[in-house]
Design a protein around this ligand. Sequence first.
Ligand code: MOS
Length: 752
Amino acid sequence: MPTTQEIPATSPIGRDTRRVDGPQKVSGKAQYTSDFHFPGLLYAVPVEATIAAGRVVKLDTAAAEKMPGVRAIFHRESIGKIFRSIQGAGFEGICEERRPPFEDDVVRYYGQYIALAVADTFEAAKAAADAVQVTYAKDKLNVETDLKADEDPDQVVTTFGVRHRVDSQRGDADAAFATAPVKLDQTYVTPAETHNPIELHATTAIWDGPMLTLYESSQGVVNLQGVLAQMFGLPKENVRVITKFVGSGFGGKLFPWTQCPLAAAAARQLGKPVKLVVSRKMMFQTVGHRPRTQQRVRLGATAEGKLVSLQHDYVYQRSMLDAHHEDCGEATPFQYSVPNLRVTFGRAKRNVGAGADMRGPGRVPGLYATESAMNELADQLKIDPVQLHIINEPKIDESLGIPFSSRHLLECFELGAEKFGWSKRTPGVGSMKRDGLTLGWGMAGCSWVAARFPAAANVQLRDDGTARVACATQDIGTGTYTILAQLTSERIGVPLEKVEAVLGDTSLPEGPLSGGSMATGSVVPAVFAAADNAIASLLTVATTTPGSPFERRKPDELAFEGGRVFVKADGSANGLPFADLLRRANLRLVTGSGKSEATFGNPKPKFSTHSFGCHFVEITWQPEIARLRVSRVVTVIDAGRILNPLTGRNQIEGAVVMGIGMALFEHTSYDPQSGAPINSNLADYVMAVNADAPPIGVYFLDFPDKEINELGARGIGEIGLAGIAAAITAAVHHATGVRVRELPVKIEDLLA
Ligand code: MOS
C-alpha cells in the first residue's frame, strides 16, 4: 500500500513546505481586518437585545447621543436603507441570516443587534451603546433543548436549496428492521457549538462616492461582495472586499453576518470609514453556531454483523427566520453497505441566532451518531468494530448506484490498526491497564465530500525571474498562500521563494470559498491553466521579438521547462530563462488567465467523490479522581494526493484537537430564562487547547484522485474532525462501561 508519495526531484508538490506567509505572521507584519486604520476612522459598537423573543417598544438614545465623542446612535429609522439579498444560481449570494439588520422591531434571539453606537473611539462607542435605554414587550421564548420536529412540509427551502425531508431511501427499512435478528435503536445528541477562532469577526467599511470597500474577516470575499452589493443596491463591481489574513474561521466566516452591512450603512450615513469588531460575547450570539442535533439511529443486522437496515432520523435546531440546513445524513447513504435505508430530517425553531456551517457541517454530528451506533452494534454482536466496518464496506455508492472515484477506507483501517497496535485490544470493559490507569480504546471511520468550486486565477511571469499568482480566494490559516505558490512554482519551474501569491481581494480573478475543504482542489486546475496561458504568451513573445534567438520559430517548435524557453529539438540545456526573453522584448511581464468549472452540485455525477479516513483513540481513566484524558490518537486519511504534507498534517492534528473538544468540552448553553448563550466567553466555553493534545499520529494514504484535478488532490480541512467524537466515546465506554450518547461527555456521566 503506498503511503509515501513519489516526488519528482524538482517538484514542490507533495513536499513538506513551510507556510510562505509564516514570517509575516510571526513577525506581526500580517495585517488582519481589525489592524487596518484610516484617517477619520470611527468605531461602531452594536446595542444587543437583552431579550430573546419580543419587540422593541422604545429606544431612548438621548443620553447616549450626548456622550463625549459620540457621532450617532443609529436605529431602524436612522440607519438608511438596507435591502434584502437573495441567493443566485451557483454559489452566489449565500447568507445565513437573510433579514437585514434593523428591518423590523421584532427580537427573535438574544443579542440581536437593535441599534448601533458610532464614536471617535472604541471606548466611547461602547459606553454609548451601554447607555442606550431599551423598553421591550417580551414574548415567551423557546430555547428548549429537547428537539421535536416542527410541522414542516415534505420539501423545505434551506440555505442549500430545496430539500426533501426524506433525504435518501432504498429498499424497505422498516420491514427489514422489524425482522432483523439483531437490532439497535438509540438516539444521539450533539449540542450547539460556537465557532471560536481567535480573530473576532470584523468589518471596516469605506465609501468613496458610489464605491464601497470592505475590509472583512471572510472565508469568501466573492460571495460577500455579491451579498453586500445587493444589500446596498449597487452593481457588484462597486463593492470591493479585502481579506489578506484570517485568524481562522471554522465556517463561521464563510458567509456575511449583520455587522458587515451595519458598518457599511453607518459609514454611508456619516461619510467616514467605520470599523466594527464583534466582541467575544457577540460571537456566541450573532455570527452563527453549529446547531444542536438529536439523531435517532436504528440498525438492523444479521448475527454475523451484516447490516440489513439503517434508519437515520435527525432533528436540528434552527432560528426563527433562517433555514441553515445541518445535513447530518449526508454520509449515511453511502458510508455503509446496506440494502434497506431511510434518512429523514426535521427542524425545530428556537429563539437562537442563525445556525451556520461549522467545520464538517452535517457530517461531523452525523458521523458521530452513525459511527457511535456502529460501535454499539459491534459490542452487542461481540465483533471487533474494525471487523464490523469491513463486513459492511460498500463496493459502490449504493445511494446513487455509481462507483466511488477512489475509496480506500479499508486500507485506512488496516494502516491505522497497525500503527495504533489495535490487535492488542481486549474487548472487556476496564480490562486494559497501564501504569495504574484504566485504558479505553475506540475507533471510528469518517468521510468528507470532495469536489471543486468554480475558480479563476492569473499567473504572471516577470522580467526579474519572479512569478506572481493571483486568485480571489482566502487563506484562513490552512496554507492557501503556500499552495498557490507551490502550484505556480511547479508549473513555471521557478523556486518557491520567487513566487508571489496574492489573494483575498475581489479585484482579483474570482476564486473559491475557503470552505467545504474545497479551496485547494478548486484552485489546482485554474492556476495550472493560468500558468499554461502565461507560458503560451511567453512563447509568442519568443517568436515575435526582433533579436530573440527564437525569432523565426513557430511557438509549437518551442518548449518551456524549468523556467527556460528552448527549441524542443535542441533540448532544455540550450534554453533561455524567461526573464532574459522578457527583458529583450522590453516587457515587464506576461500574464495568463485560467479558470475551471465547479463539480460540486453536479446533479448527474459519474463518480461519487469523497475522502475517507479513520481514527484510533486511547483514553486513560482514573476512577478514584474521575480523571479522563485522551492519551493517544492515530488518524489515517485517504484524501487523494497531499500537496503539502506538513500543512496537511497540521490540518488533521488541529481537527483532532478540536474533536477532543467536541467530545469532552464544547457546548453552548442557552439560559432558559433569558435565552442568552450563557457561557459566552473563553473561560466558560471550554475548548481543547495545546495542553489537552495527546501525541497524534497522522498518516496519509497516497491514491491520487484524478476525478478532482490532474494532481489528484482532494481536501483535508474538515475530515479530521469527522468521526473522532465517536471514537472517543467508544473508548470512554471501553474504559468505564458508561455509554454516553449526549455530547460532551461530562464527569457526572462517569460517576457511577
Ligand atoms: Mo468549512 S464549515 O466549509 O469552513
